[in-house]
Design a protein around this ligand. Structure first.
Ligand SMILES: NC(=O)c1ccc[n+]([C@@H]2O[C@H](COP(=O)([O-])OP(=O)(O)OC[C@H]3O[C@@H](n4cnc5c(N)ncnc54)[C@H](OP(=O)(O)O)[C@@H]3O)[C@@H](O)[C@H]2O)c1
Length: 345
């Protein structure tokens, strides 16, 4: 059993852009697992844009807790291998997921709800896919994309769909789920390379670089007759453009608002919200964790498509636990494609 472990801690709440100076990697002692606990050697840990909202002394009400200063950062998804178990149902050698990421070894209590219940310690089946895929399509990213489209946006036959941040972890899955179900899908992303990726590799029908020209112009060129569903990963001008483009009875899945996460003051709401009334639109916020009952469907459906090679999924892997803050900066600035992961060992 290792005597010491490394973990990333937050030393200061960033104002504006995150930098590596806001974090430190420290050595801590590894306690013995108590009854009901396991010791896990983490192999991959997740890096998510929503973490930026938790790097504040007080984050959005109802969301995950803010990270504490000078302490292990809890409620971050990770996968690894059980080294020692004192919990029923877990044995050394088991591949598991849990939510004590951003450290190399973790003591995890079985049954303790984590990440609103979606990342409570559980064994994962690595015969379906490698462990890290459970931090992507077979875990929160998959369930968020799937539930966002089917439950929040109530995807219907014939819908024309726009997905923002379409080259990202959630966006690339949502775009392909809609495509594989036979929809016309438009994607937006922040570079020509990403636009090429979503067109050529993900097979979307149209795509544009939102940095080029006003988003509303670009989306209306791609969908001259309007859209029925907008999967919003971005907020701000993207949401405003969607409100201006949605057809009557259109639906928006409010998944995230990354354009606002690093802002230092209050962000304005869409100036054209009345379009929702005018066109009988539905805007529904949702969190993947609320749809964790969808996980078996996601593993079956997305796992099947992955195995058949019909679902494409890129990862941007950053090596080394101490580089987790750099990985987060890259996610927030658009310098990753697909799911951003830190490989710990
Ligand atoms: N509701 C939920 O349960 C849930 C769960 C997971 C994630 N989310 C949300 O879903 C969204 C995507 O998350 P993800 O994990 O899949 O991340 P991701 O898309 O892999 O990475 C974030 C991407 O956002 C884009 N971006 C950054 N700043 C932007 C801006 N100002 N305007 C437009 N695009 C910008 C960047 O891509 P470009 O290069 O294309 O700009 C970046 O690569 C985030 O808003 C996240 O908070 C929600």
């Amino acid at each position: 059993m290792p005597r010491s472990a490394r973990q990333v801690q937050l030393v200061e709440y960033p104002v504006g852009e995150v930098t590596p100076d806001h974090f430190v990697t420290v050595e801590v002692e590894v306690p013995e697992p108590q009854a009901g606990q396991v010791l896990v050697r983490n192999t991959f840990t997740s890096v998510d844009p929503g973490m930026r909202l938790r790097l504040r002394e007080s984050g959005p009400a109802g969301y995950f807790n803010s990270f504490s200063l000078g302490a292990a950062m809890d409620d971050i998804w990770a996968v690894g291998e059980v080294i020692e178990s004192r919990a029923d149902g877990f044995e050394a050698g088991d591949a598991v997921w849990h939510a004590k990421g951003w450290r190399d070894y973790a003591i995890v209590t079985a049954g303790e709800p984590a990440l609103a219940g979606i990342a409570t310690l559980a064994r994962i089946d690595t015969s379906v896919a490698p462990a890290e895929k459970y931090l992507g399509p077979l875990g929160a990213m998959g369930v968020t994309a799937y539930a966002g489209l089917l439950d929040a946006a109530q995807l219907r036959e014939g819908d024309v769909v726009w997905i923002s941040a379409a080259a990202g972890a959630v966006g690339s899955l949502a775009a392909q789920i809609a495509k594989l179900r036979g929809h016309r899908v438009i994607g937006s992303a922040g570079s020509e390379d990403k636009v090429r990726y979503v067109l050529d590799e993900l097979g979307l029908d149209a795509a544009f670089d939102y940095r080029d020209r006003p988003v509303v112009d670009r989306v209306q060129e791609a969908a001259p007759d309007g859209i029925d569903v907008y999967f919003d990963n971005v907020g701000g001008d993207h949401l405003e453009a969607a409100l201006a483009t949605l057809r009557p009875w259109g639906r928006v899945a409010l998944c995230g608002a990354i354009s606002e996460y690093e802002s230092t003051g209050p962000t304005p709401g869409p100036s054209n919200l009345f379009q929702a009334t005018a066109n009988n639109l539905t805007l529904r916020g949702f969190r993947g964790s609320a749809y964790r009952h969808r996980l078996p469907d996601v593993v079956r459906e997305l796992g099947g498509w992955l195995a058949e090679g019909r679902l494409r999924y890129r990862e941007t892997i950053i090596d080394g636990l101490e580089r987790a803050p750099e990985a987060l900066m890259r996610v927030l600035s658009g310098n990753t494609t697909g799911k951003a992961l830190v490989r710990i060992s």
